[in-house]
Design a protein around this ligand. Structure first.
Ligand code: MG
Length: 275
């Protein structure tokens, strides 16, 4: 008799135990398990061995200082400052010629119907910091209330809107990727108060035929709160579901004149290495 069966019989002193042992026996007589799959190999960082003290150190950056309502912050030391609080020398009208918006003490403001403005320099993949304030007292409602916009690469809008205790369609409220993604939460401050957008943007890539080989992505923090978590841009944000159009990898940053005197301050950008 099979030695394992003898072992089972000896252990059969109670029904429960017997059942358990029978299960055990059946497992022992089951066909051998398939060989285990090989453990995936460890992914090594591209720069060499782990914990290598001779590996290149990251550049040192003075992180600057965050703004308060009363005081404008200081950008990181490696940022390109797009508004220094004094003039619009880094900007121009999208219609051509100088930017038609007005500069106040430490900020600039949309002058309705003068047109959108854009940076003279083009940018692609980047980290962008923008502060804005909706008009106070508030005026209008829905989309007609403190409306402007931050367009990375001129084409992809992060909505600027007074969404503080004011409703509109969710994918068009403040911090929406306009017409595509509702923000995860509504982190709006009241009109008149300064609000911040911290944006990480990776632009689209196209092949020679103009096909999208890598769509754009947005991560957005509104007043320090995550509102867009690495969302994939579906196409142009103006109009209804407009497909991508082929562009260079870098395009100017655009701010929208939506006929409301929205204010901006402390705008800086850090270009990211190509990925
Ligand atoms: Mg807008």
């Amino acid at each position: 008799m099979d030695k394992r069966i003898i072992t089972c019989s000896a252990a059969a002193v109670g029904a429960v135990l017997l059942a358990m042992m029978m299960i055990s026996c059946s497992q022992q007589t089951a066909p051998p398990a398939a060989p285990q799959q090989a453990t995936p190999s460890v992914v090594l960082p591209p720069w060499g061995p782990q914990h290598d003290r001779n590996a290149p150190q990251p550049p040192v950056v003075d992180p600057g200082m965050a703004s308060t309502q009363a005081e404008v912050g200081k950008p990181p030391s490696d940022a390109t400052v797009l508004f220094n609080g004094k003039d619009l020398s880094n900007w121009e009208s999208v219609k051509g010629g100088p930017a038609g918006w007005k500069v106040g003490k430490g900020y600039f403001e949309v002058v309705p119907h003068t047109g959108d403005i854009k940076t003279k320099q083009a940018f692609g993949d980047c980290q962008l910091h923008v502060e804005w304030a909706a008009p106070s007292p508030p005026h209008g409602e829905d989309q007609d209330r403190g409306n402007s916009g931050v367009y990375l690469m001129t084409l992809y809008e992060v909505q600027v809107l007074d969404s503080y205790q004011s409703k509109t369609y969710p994918d068009g409220q403040a911090a929406a990727i306009y017409g595509q993604y509702t923000p995860l939460v509504n982190a709006c401050r009241p009109p008149g108060q300064w609000q911040s957008y911290d944006i990480v943007f990776h632009g689209p890539r196209f092949d020679a035929a103009g096909n999208v080989v890598r769509p754009a992505t947005y991560t957005v923090l509104h007043n320090g709160v995550l509102v867009q978590d690495h969302v994939t841009v579906l196409g142009l944000t103006d109009g209804d579901h407009q497909p991508y159009k082929q562009t260079p990898a870098k395009m100017p940053l655009k701010l929208q004149d939506h006929s409301h005197p929205v204010r901006f301050r402390n705008i800086w950008i850090r270009e990211l290495a190509e990925m």
